[in-house]
Write a protein of this length. Structure first.
Ligand code: GTP
Ligand code: MG
Lengths: 145, 333, 556
């Protein structure tokens, strides 16, 4: 697998969609690619509420959350970051994939998003990044006993 | 190893689990699922608090509506003021080891409810419809104070009998139109049922499925004639009230004088897992001459794996002798 | 292939030998639908004897060459650009600008909150109006259409069932004393089946309720809004979700069959209803395949109407379709390249014989299209039509050995899939069981694999990448002003205070009653609710409560 990814156990990832749009071709393909790379993927229907995503990440103890946004739902991601912080889930890495205008990408990064993937991104890059981030999340000191 | 002490952080985690903090439970589940160095001590520390939860196993062929039924059961128990924990197991891909954990999609109605805790597990190659650590994970959830624990197995239809050990009440779910109806739930799975559920009763052939199930039960030994066969429509919660009261009946039967559940089967299974794991670990590390001798004996065909394994388990010192006598016995008979 | 043997083509073998010699390991080429494409086609691939049966002439069955005798020589296609952003007054301003610029047909895209059946006071304001216009009430619709002659212009509404937007338009017409018979246009999103298959966004009601409400809508329109096209069968969602062009056509035709059968069971006069069926497709950049897809689709539909439904009227057999260039083909990398892609897609649609066309803006993958980019998209159509003379000859690719052979092969693929869906009990059942979704999911995955492995070239993505991209002038993002949104929400609250609440309650109670009575028409109730002042969300909520919420059927 990815030798740089410092995984201590199978990576666990939540692939979800927040907001209003329901186009899920992208999130399905990414979820399948992650599975095929050996990751464990919790998949949800579109339109998740932000507090629900945080609760779900907590219950499933995921390492990474991937949010797919093809319309304008990425505008809600800063709120998701706040919610994760409130829930004590700062170690969970968040990536966003989809149509995000350049000038709004920076807002997402400023809010703590680890990486934004645009249409046409290389699948291997997405998978590798998720594994690397999952490794980081698993080794976060906040999670050690 | 099992009695190894906990770090301060570990002790705090145990306290929080016992207080019912869901984030702590979730963290501990990860330790147990991955059998980390802390898992055994965590489990030991919560053991005394277990035995209160009603554990309900839900098994049956793929697409029978297990997850949807879990969703409906959550609704019923929440209405009755109970908290509900769910453990949902999905298969891992045999090729990549990865998994898509999709059961909770059907339970989305309750995903924001703090009185519900859903955790998905990948089977990680473990057969029998569960993940290897499912039994231990249930202990954690039980100790954390969840009133009802629903366990959804992988949908494979035949050999998910493992759930029989770890859940007190076993629901076997079937539905009309799943191919050769009854064929879908055969071989061993009927025997473990405390309640048979025919889901999707809104569909045309439901009555027929019910009838053939009943007939099939009659054919089995007389005891199982008492197994109730209930119809449900999980999507609309039809028949759920009856199902819940039937579960309550079964639960009552199983409670002991102290109102706790007899967890011996679950403990036995957990023990078996622990023994197996320990044996494996020890054997991998063990450089003793006895083991070397057994390996030589296996290599030359002097003994077989079963006999050698028995030799390892039945005593450490005289493996070679045991192996030899064992082989004699076998060839003799 | 037996045709090959019958034909002796002098020189063919020499060519073949030369070809094989120069290209000893030329690889097999397959189009997106999986059909193997040969390096060259000859008269041996196409039997001209079959001309009458398979092609005929434009305007005559089986319409392979076009549904009207004059096709684009007579009337070119409608330029229907979808627009919709911000609040109703924004939309109205843009509409007036477009009408001045010569647009002849209007369209309306509501905000995603409306697709979800939510009003402005029910969602995070940051999302409001970012994808379409916020239209919650009849008053909002009045503002949208202020000064627009709705009795003279055709209106396409992206209005999923239970069709609250049309109800609002009808209420506006009534207020302006315009008879409903003058309202023309299309319910672009009436195809609930395609929503369940491919596009979760439009979920409103559970499947059985959706089925009934569509029939109510069609029945109501045939009686009271006779120039409205209540049924648009949508292949676009499915192809966008990953269906191959052949699958998209097959699933669309199977959906049309299902709806036609449902109309029959309702006791409607099918010949009359079919004249009001329209289709809506994605046009990918797979050029010849798309042309063949449309030619085959026309022929198959005409035969279905004739043979399956026994209707001989040409009007009912005509396969009228709107095409939209495929957004899935567009790339974020080197975005100006998208203008070339859209051009190729548009030509495929034009040669495919479409009646109406939407060309995507090149910046659609970057953000919501800017007005400049939208203008280039329109200009592309004008250039193709008037400078490139694409419309001088009807069905200009007809008679190409390749196109005719490919049309036949696409037809075979499509018909085989339609047969399969018949075996599954029809499209409704095939979708309910998840079969169609599984098929599309597998095709989406397979196409992604081809891209990943470089079997499918995407310029700028897996080939011809460049270090530094052309700098695009930075466009201000078209996001509604927060103060406008705030005012809109306030206005909604005010509207709710002003309206006659007891009339609203009565209308909604009545709607609930109608929903529970299969002998009454739900759309009638929806129109009455709009007239009485109910918001779209209130109306949909009642329908959902009575007929069930539309949950995803297949998710993972
Ligand atoms: N008509 C009808 N459909 C149902 C009913 N219960 C579940 N379904 C549908 O059956 C399909 C499968 O349901 P699930 O709950 O995912 O089945 P499952 O047994 O959990 O499936 P796996 O986890 O994949 O083994 C879904 O489309 C449900 O909506 C029911 O009572 N009636
Ligand atoms: Mg399930």
């Amino acid at each position: 697998m990815n030798s740089e990814a410092n995984l201590t156990r199978p990576a666990k990832v939540l692939v979800t969609k927040i907001g209003l749009d329901g186009h899920d071709r992208g999130s399905r393909i990414v979820a399948a690619a992650l599975r095929d790379a050996g990751l464990e993927v919790v998949y949800t229907a579109p339109w998740q509420e932000i507090p629900t995503v945080a609760k779900l990440a907590m219950e499933e103890d995921v390492d990474v959350i991937g949010v797919s946004s093809l319309a304008t739902d990425h505008l809600l991601v800063p709120k998701l970051m706040k919610e994760l912080h409130k829930a004590g889930l700062d170690y969970v890495k968040v990536i966003v994939g989809g149509i995000v205008p350049d000038n709004e990408e920076q807002d997402l990064l400023d809010a703590g998003v680890a990486r934004v993937f645009h249409p046409g991104s290389d699948m291997a890059d997405i998978v590798g990044t998720v594994q690397m981030l999952a490794g980081e999340a698993q080794n976060d000191t906040a999670r050690q006993l | 190893m099992t009695t190894a002490g906990l770090s301060e952080a570990g002790q705090r985690l145990v306290e929080k689990i016992l207080e019912g903090q869901p984030a702590a439970l979730s963290r501990a589940m990860t330790e147990v699922e991955n059998e980390t160095g802390h898992a055994a001590a965590l489990l030991a520390a919560v053991q005394k608090a277990t035995g209160r939860a009603v554990t309900i196993g839900i098994t049956g062929p793929p697409g029978a509506g297990k997850s949807t039924l879990v969703n409906a059961l959550i609704g019923e128990y929440r209405q009755a003021g109970k908290t509900v924990g769910v453990i949902a197991v999905d298969p891992s891909s045999p090729l990549s080891g990865g998994a898509i954990l999709g059961d909770r999609i059907r339970m989305a109605e309750h995903s924001h409810d703090p009185g519900v805790f859903v955790r998905s597990f990948a089977s990680r190659g473990h057969l029998g419809g569960l993940s290897r650590t499912a039994g231990r994970v249930i202990d954690l959830m039980d100790a954390a104070g969840w009133d009802i624990i629903l366990i959804e197995t992988v949908g494979a239809g035949q050999s998910e009998v493992e759930v029989a050990d770890i859940a007190a009440i076993k629901l076997v779910v079937s539905a009309p139109g799943l191919g050769d109806d009854i064929q879908a739930i055969k071989a061993g799975i009927l025997e473990i049922a405390d309640i048979l559920v025919v889901n999707k009763c809104d569909q045309p052939l439901a009555e027929q499925t019910k009838r053939s199930l009943k007939a099939m039960l009659k054919l089995k030994q007389s005891g199982s004639q008492d197994i109730p066969v209930l119809g449900t429509v999980a999507t609309t919660s039809e028949g759920l009230a009856e199902l819940v009261s039937e579960i309550a009946l079964q639960d009552e039967k199983q409670r002991r004088g102290d109102n706790l559940v007899d967890r011996k089967p679950r403990i036995r299974r957990n023990l078996a897992e622990a023994v197996g794991q320990l044996a494996k670990d020890r054997l991998r590390q063990n450089q003793s001459a006895d083991i070397d001798a057994l390996i030589v004996a296996l290599e030359s065909g002097e003994t077989d794996y079963l006999a050698a394994a028995e030799a390892v388990l039945d005593g450490g010192q005289t493996n070679r002798e045991i192996a030899a006598t064992r082989l004699e016995k076998k060839t003799g008979s | 292939m037996s045709q090959n043997e019958q034909f002796a083509l002098p020189g063919f073998e020499d060519w073949e030998a030369a070809y094989n010699k120069q290209l000893p390991d030329g690889k097999t080429v397959r189009n997106r639908s999986g059909i193997e494409v040969k390096p060259m086609y000859t008269p041996a691939d196409w039997d001209v004897e079959e001309y009458g049966d398979k092609l005929g002439f434009p305007g005559t069955a089986p319409f392979t060459r076009g549904i009207y005798p004059t096709m684009h020589r007579g009337r070119t296609w409608s330029q229907r650009q979808l627009i919709g952003l911000g609040i109703p007054s924004d939309y109205n301003k843009r509409l007036h600008r477009m009408l001045k610029a010569g647009t002849s047909a209007i369209s309306m895209i509501p905000c995603n909150s409306i697709y979800r059946g939510l009003d402005a006071d029910q969602i995070d304001p940051v999302l409001l109006g970012t994808c379409g216009t916020i239209i919650n009430t009849v008053e909002d619709m009045e503002t949208c259409l202020d000064g627009i002659p709705i009795d003279e212009i055709s209106t396409a509404l992206n209005d999923p069932l239970p069709f609250t937007m049309l109800a609002q338009v009808l209420a506006v017409a009534e207020r302006r004393q315009i008879p409903w018979t003058k309202i023309t246009g299309t319910a672009n999103q009436s195809d609930y089946i395609s929503h369940f298959v491919a596009n979760h966004m439009f979920y409103r009601l559970a499947l059985p309720g959706s089925r009934r409400v569509l029939m109510d809508h069609i029945e109501f329109a045939r009686e009271k809004v006779p120039n409205w096209n209540p049924m648009s069968v949508v292949g676009q969602h499915m192809q966008q979700a990953g269906a191959t062009p052949a699958e998209a056509m097959a699933f669309t035709l199977s959906t049309a069959i299902q709806n036609a059968e449902d109309c029959l069971s309702r006791g409607m006069e099918l010949e009359d209803v079919l004249t009001r069926f329209t289709f809506f497709f994605d046009i990918s950049v797979s050029f010849f395949e798309e042309v063949a897809k449309f030619r085959a689709g026309r022929r198959i539909w005409a035969r279905i109407v004739r043979d399956r439904f026994g209707i001989s009227s040409a009007k009912a057999q005509r396969f009228k379709f709107h095409g939209q260039t495929s957004g899935v083909d567009l790339t974020r990398q080197q975005p100006l390249n998208n203008i070339a892609r859209v051009t190729a897609q548009a030509i495929a649609g034009i040669f495919g014989g479409l009646q109406s066309l939407h060309t995507d803006s090149f910046d659609e993958v970057l953000s919501t299209p800017t007005e400049d980019a939208a203008r280039i998209a329109i200009a592309t159509q004008n250039i193709l039509r008037e400078e490139a003379h694409l419309t001088d000859v009807i069905d200009p690719l007809g008679g190409s050995y390749y196109i005719e052979r490919l049309t036949d092969q696409m037809e075979e693929e499509i018909v085989a899939l339609i047969d399969k869906i018949d075996d599954l009990g029809g499209m409704y059942k095939a979708v309910e069981s998840g079969w169609v979704q599984g098929k599309i999911g597998a095709s989406a995955m397979a196409f992604q694999d081809r891209i990943t492995h470089g079997d499918e070239t995407i310029v700028g993505v897996n080939a011809y990448q460049v270090e530094s991209e052309v700098e695009l002038p930075v466009q201000p993002l078209d996001r509604p002003a927060p103060e406008d949104i705030e005012a809109f929400i306030e206005n909604l609250a005010d509207y709710k205070r002003r309206r006659d609440q007891s009339a609203v309650d009565r209308a909604l109670d009545d709607l609930a009653e109608i929903a529970n009575d299969n002998n009454r028409n739900t759309f009638e109730g929806v129109v009455n609710a709009a007239r009485a002042g109910a918001t779209q969300s209130e109306t949909i909520a009642v329908m959902r409560a009575e007929l069930g919420f539309g949950q995803p059927l297949v998710v993972a």
